[in-house]
Design a protein around this ligand. Structure first.
Ligand code: B16
Ligand code: MG
Length: 218
């Protein structure tokens, strides 16, 4: 048995912030005459803020000057921040705490690997900041998922080889990043979207402690 390490994505795995990203992107897209649906939002999950705006503009066949682009990024983030200012522990997704505490009680190193630049703020608001031995977020990486950089850095910081790292992810881009890194990928969400993952659970309530025990000891 080798030493394992567990890496959690944030948005969509620990907290359901996707709905807030959706509302903020929809408002922004529509303000510049681009329609934006929940299906569009699905394609932005795990995708960095800059890349998300680039995608929205390409869907609307629009190009912007650099300063306008930066202004819109700030507008979107300010709207998003207004939603997440009010977050508290009640917005943790079901059984996140059980899974996290099972791993911590079993002595497993646990890290966060998120594309979000707001990750540290959100973790503090839901009182989970101290649970993570390492936090790697959108401020620390230059390459967005599906590039494996965020997970490789997280594994390095908790001292585990990529092959011994297990990633929980809700986005296809994130599952692909974990796979490219050579890690075990566990999709949390829709199996149709996350079919490239090694395992998929609709949410953590479906994941037993026995399954976690097997991952630790395999
Ligand atoms: P921010 P994750 C990602 O977080 C979100 O899934 C994605 O929708 C968002 O655009 C990205 O963070 C950047 O977030 O604007 O807060 O920097 O799922 O990788 O935890
Ligand atoms: Mg996510």
């Amino acid at each position: 048995m080798t030493r394992k390490g567990f890496i959690f994505d944030l948005d969509g795995v620990i907290v359901d912030t996707a709905k807030y990203h959706y509302l903020a992107w929809k408002k922004l897209a529509e303000s510049i005459g681009i329609s934006f649906t929940e299906e569009d939002n699905e394609q932005l999950k795990g995708v960095s803020r800059v890349r998300s705006l680039e995608k929205i503009l390409s869907w609307g066949n629009k190009e912007l000057q650099e300063d306008k682009f930066m202004e819109l990024l700030a507008v979107k983030n300010n709207d998003y921040l207004e939603y997440i200012e009010k977050m508290d522990e009640s917005e943790l997704l079901p059984d996140v705490k059980r899974v996290l505490h099972f791993l911590l009680d079993s002595g497993q190193p646990v890290a966060l690997g998120s594309a979000s630049k707001n990750a540290r703020k959100i973790l503090r608001e839901v009182h989970l900041y101290a649970a993570f031995e390492a936090i790697v977020d959108g401020n620390d990486v230059t390459n967005a998922k599906p590039d494996p950089e965020v997970f490789l850095r997280a594994a390095e910081q908790i001292g585990v080889n990529p092959a011994d790292a297990i990633v929980f992810e809700d986005s296809l881009a994130g599952v692909q990043a974990a796979n490219i890194a050579g890690m075990t990928s566990i999709g949390i969400g829709n199996p149709k979207i996350l079919h490239e993952a090694d395992y998929v659970f609709s949410d953590f309530t479906e994941m037993s402690n026995e399954f976690l025990h097997k991952l630790i000891h395999q």
